[in-house]
Ligand binder design. Structure first.
Ligand SMILES: [Zn+2]
Length: 105
């Protein structure tokens, strides 16, 4: 049950200030949420950046056939960034075609 009554002298001006306070609080809430989200994202990235998804060891970026690959220094697993595998496959197909032409003369 609510027994809240307006304090005596509560004017439209007070109501306006209350509304402005609510908007300012809402804005501050949104800014804090955005900051917290960005911090969590940065923390997750630093914890996982160039870490092997299988064993957690450090991965090193290397060039292989003009394609950048990330190879784990521990288990030797390989990770391709988006598009790199397709690039490697297209190189391989081109080379297979070239070798095919070379040997089928
Ligand atoms: Zn590994």
């Amino acid at each position: 049950m609510s027994n809240i009554t307006e304090p005596t002298g509560y004017s439209h001006e007070d109501a306006r200030f209350h509304e402005l306070d609510a908007k300012a609080l809402e804005k501050m809430r949104a800014q804090l949420d955005a900051k917290r989200k960005a911090a969590a994202s940065a923390e997750a990235k630093s914890a996982h950046w160039l870490r092997c998804p299988k064993c957690g060891a450090e991965m090193k970026e290397q060039a292989f056939e003009n394609v950048a690959i990330d190879q784990c220094q521990s288990c030797k697993g390989v990770f391709f960034d988006s598009g790199e595998l397709e690039l490697l496959l297209s190189h391989s197909k081109a080379r297979a075609g070239l070798l095919g032409r070379l040997f089928n003369r």
